[in-house]
Design a protein around this ligand. Structure first.
Ligand code: C5P
Length: 222
């Protein structure tokens, strides 16, 4: 059986998970949201009041944390030690601290090993920051999605509205830009386009158009 890997990287709120999810469904591949794994650890660390400046303590916490990504009829669910945290890990306290938690090498090494294991038994669409550069360096298709900060803030704003929240555009823009800066400036596998990844500016593309392009790249290689 030939396993296929699609790696989708890019900055915060560039639409990676939205298009990755749809593309995976159309291809019959499993979608793996690696950001949700880092968010899950961050959520548990906040809950257990683990010092976020202590990478070793975070790695030890991860060692006793079970994170499950499950595809259910009503969408992708995330479970931490059996509890459904799907919505909780998107709250601002987690978003604010996740880049710090994911900056530690010991944490990343363990996450990457779990992510590679998930891709061992089935074809996957995996999204994150270091998938094409580090987690799946041999992925047959690698994409690096970008979009202007303004467009990304507008997309996030619409998502928040749908959830009944009314964030300020300025604050959304600020938090997106700050997370990008931290993700790009860290030492351990920073956010960067893989040399062999295709850069795709989605600012003026619809979700359907981006999905079409992904399917096209996969067909070319299949
Ligand atoms: O994809 P999402 O925005 O949910 O990711 C949340 C955060 O997790 C990112 O801002 C980044 O700090 C971290 N992350 C990472 N490596 C990945 C995926 C996410 O460092 N592969």
């Amino acid at each position: 059986e030939n396993l296929f890997q699609v790696a989708i990287d890019g900055p915060a709120a560039a639409g990676k998970s939205t298009v990755a999810k749809i593309a995976a469904k159309k291809l019959g591949f499993v979608y793996i949201d690696t950001g949700a794994m880092y968010r899950s650890l961050t959520y548990k660390a906040l809950r257990e009041k683990v010092n976020l400046n202590n990478g070793q303590a975070l790695k030890e916490l991860l060692d006793r944390t079970d994170i499950k990504l499950v595809q259910e009829v009503d969408g992708q669910k995330v479970y931490v030690d059996g509890d459904d945290v799907t919505d909780r890990i998107r709250y601002p306290d987690v978003s604010e601290h996740v880049s710090l938690v994911s900056s530690y090498k010991a944490v990343r090494t363990e996450m990457v090993s779990r992510q590679r294991k998930l891709a061992q038994s089935c074809s996957v669409v995996m999204d994150g920051r270091d998938i094409g550069t580090h987690v799946l360096p041999n992925a047959q298709v690698k994409l690096f999605l970008i979009a202007s900060v303004e467009e990304r803030a507008i997309r996030r704003y619409r998502e928040e509205l749908q959830k009944g929240r009314h964030p300020s555009m300025e604050m959304l823009k600020e938090s997106i830009a700050l997370r990008d800066k931290k993700d790009m400036e860290r030492d351990a596998s920073p956010l960067v386009k893989a040399a062999d990844a295709v850069a795709l500016d989605t600012t003026s593309l619809s979700i359907e158009e981006v999905v079409e392009k992904i399917l096209h790249f996969v067909k070319e290689k299949q």
